[in-house]
Design a protein around this ligand. Sequence first.
Ligand SMILES: C[S@@+](CC[C@H](N)C(=O)[O-])C[C@H]1O[C@@H](n2cnc3c(N)ncnc32)[C@H](O)[C@@H]1O
Length: 211
Amino acid sequence: MADHGEGPLKRVSTMGYGDRSDEAYDQWAQDYEADLTKYGYLSPQLIADALQDYVGASATVVDYACGTGLAGVELASRGFTTIDGVDYSQGMLEFAASKTVQGRPVYRELLTVDLTATIPIEDGAYDALICVGAMGGGHLAPEHLPELMRTIASGGIAAFYMNAIAYEGDGFAKRFAALETAGHWQIISETPSNYMAELDRPGMLVLAARP
Ligand SMILES: C[S@@+](CC[C@H](N)C(=O)[O-])C[C@H]1O[C@@H](n2cnc3c(N)ncnc32)[C@H](O)[C@@H]1O
């Protein structure tokens, strides 16, 4: 049986579609990384490894729903130098702004944006995007993905890591396939794994290219 955890993790894992989670993350920001370390959070490493297999470290990357910057740190540790972060929780972004790897800031720029609305970034601005832990109730739904995909170049790579409870329960496989049919992306792979070493927490890594 998949485990929702407790406290703030449970709160943000059990929200409904259309609910906003920014206040919950603002309140959690201070303890977020300590809590996730306790749970053995693996998705940032998994996504950085996956992206590295498809694009070189000189690629420009946007980290959607970057939170406190854990995935950005993983990319910067693998040599990526141009990473921008976007999130709507100011509390989480304050921690992302303080992240450095080898004395260099991890993020070139951080934007406070609600990703369920129009994103103030030009078409094709980046070579790749990542989005970790931000699909499902209280977060993003498949219908928000075309707006994210729009911001990477044709042939650019998108790497999503999401909770597989939402993936299975909310019919994401079918909804993702519909996005492919509509021409928004070409799915490269959908790979399940556990993403919290200390909990039974199934996840799905989705890699796609912009047509
Ligand atoms: C579980 S955290 C993941 C943070 C980071 N990617 C990580 O792996 O540690 C989810 C993040 O998604 C952000 N988020 C959720 N819905 C959002 C939305 N509509 N617009 C922007 N950010 C959103 C939250 O503020 C939070 O920082």
